[in-house]
Design a protein around this ligand. Structure first.
Ligand SMILES: Nc1nc2c(ncn2[C@@H]2O[C@H](COP(=O)(O)OP(=O)(O)OP(=O)(O)O)[C@@H](O)[C@H]2O)c(=O)[nH]1
Ligand SMILES: [Mg+2]
Length: 344
């Protein structure tokens, strides 16, 4: 995987149309034949196309200016110039395209395509300008300029399940044991600085994608830690999985912090369906604290803005000895399958 890049501004220039030409048929003994100036070819256009072969916008970082080829000029004998080739720029599904902060397109599904800048039309050769009174027109038109735009691309990853937790909670470790993803894991906070995606199969029929984003801390919505820059990537998930850090013990406070930061960031996130889990139950002390906490269920969480969140169920797990992992995958998968059915 290349560098992670989820925003980029590109300068796109479509090809200019080729010129139409003035030309006359040359035939033996005929000093001046009829007009036979061909048309110019059209300039190449530039499209964006959603494609799973790329997962970020990183491949565009060295190509901030992209120009399509011009159309060739027309030639004698009514020959039309060659069209400039169109360019299709692959972008990951989930890419939105903006011009001056106005949304032009949202490429959500594979193969969604958007015409970003249109190539200029080729000019007309003098063959088109012959009239009954003018059999030898000296007029041809030049090719038109191609469109030129500065466009901003912004990527929101599309995943089914978004992991939300404080730094060090064990999110990346969970991703690494449930999917084939291989994220960086370490005992210091903010190990994950870019989102990671991984997928797992459920009963070998359904595939679900999990997004692991950098840890959230209190004040993230005001820019603390890595801020909420990456929260947008879980805005489109169907389900959130909160991972509370087993080692941090204060489970209720962790929930309040996380819900509060999500609330401050966007109502879309705050209203998403969620499951709650606690990590690291292979550690004996964690095991006993978790038991105490679970005995209090259902728990009502009161947020600073007086909003209440009801927690009915919490799933405890360990990525080290895999305890509880298959239950989490089964629960979240069943939820997603049901949700899909109800939307049909
Ligand atoms: N005992 C135990 N330790 C774990 C478990 N899962 C993760 N850890 C440890 O917890 C630390 C943090 O794990 P990460 O997976 O990097 O945590 P994260 O939530 O991705 O952290 P950030 O990327 O910094 O937000 C590492 O030292 C892991 O080895 C677990 O199930 N049991
Ligand atoms: Mg991480």
């Amino acid at each position: 995987m290349g560098i992670f890049l989820d925003e980029i501004i590109l300068h796109l220039v479509a090809g200019k149309g080729g010129n139409g030409v003035v030309s006359f048929r040359r035939e033996k003994y005929v000093p001046k034949g009829g007009p036979d100036g061909g048309d110019g070819g059209d300039g190449g256009s530039i499209y964006f196309k959603a494609d799973n072969s790329v997962s970020t916008l990183g491949h565009l970082s060295f190509h901030r200016k992209i120009k399509a080829k011009d159309g060739d000029n027309g030639r004698g004998k009514n020959q039309t110039g060659k069209n400039g080739e169109d360019i299709y720029i692959p972008v990951p599904p989930g890419t939105s395209i903006y011009q001056d902060n106005i949304l032009l397109a949202d490429l959500c599904n594979v193969d969604d395509t958007f015409l970003a800048v249109k190539g200029g039309k080729g000019g007309k050769g003098n063959q088109h300008f012959a009239t009954s009174v003018n059999q030898t027109p000296r007029k041809a038109t030049p090719g038109k300029k191609g469109e030129e735009k500065n466009l901003k691309l912004s990527l929101k990853l599309i995943a089914d399940i978004g992991l939300v937790g404080l730094p060090n909670a064990g999110k990346s470790t969970f991703l690494s044991v449930t999917t084939s993803a291989n994220p960086k894991i370490a005992s210091y906070p903010f190990t994950t600085i870019y989102p990671n995606l991984g997928s797992f199969s459920y009963d070998n029929i359904e595939y679900f994608i999990i997004a692991d984003i950098p840890g959230l801390i209190e004040g993230a919505s005001e820019g603390k830690g890595l801020g909420t820059r990456f929260l947008k990537h879980i805005e489109r998930t169907k389900l959130l999985l909160f991972i509370l850090d087993g080692e941090k013990i204060e489970f209720e406070e962790q929930l309040i912090t996380l819900f509060n930061e999500l609330n401050n960031f966007s109502s879309v996130l705050a209203n998403k369906p969620f499951f709650v889990s606690i990590s690291k139950i292979d550690i004996p002390l964690v095991q006993s604290e978790v038991q105490k906490f679970l005995s209090r269920l259902p728990i009502e969480i009161l947020l600073p803005d007086n909003k209440k969140v009801m927690i009915n169920e919490i799933m405890a797990f360990s990525s080290f000895n895999k305890e509880g992992i298959s239950e989490i995958l089964a629960k979240t998968s069943s939820f997603l399958i049901e949700q899909k059915k109800s939307q049909k």
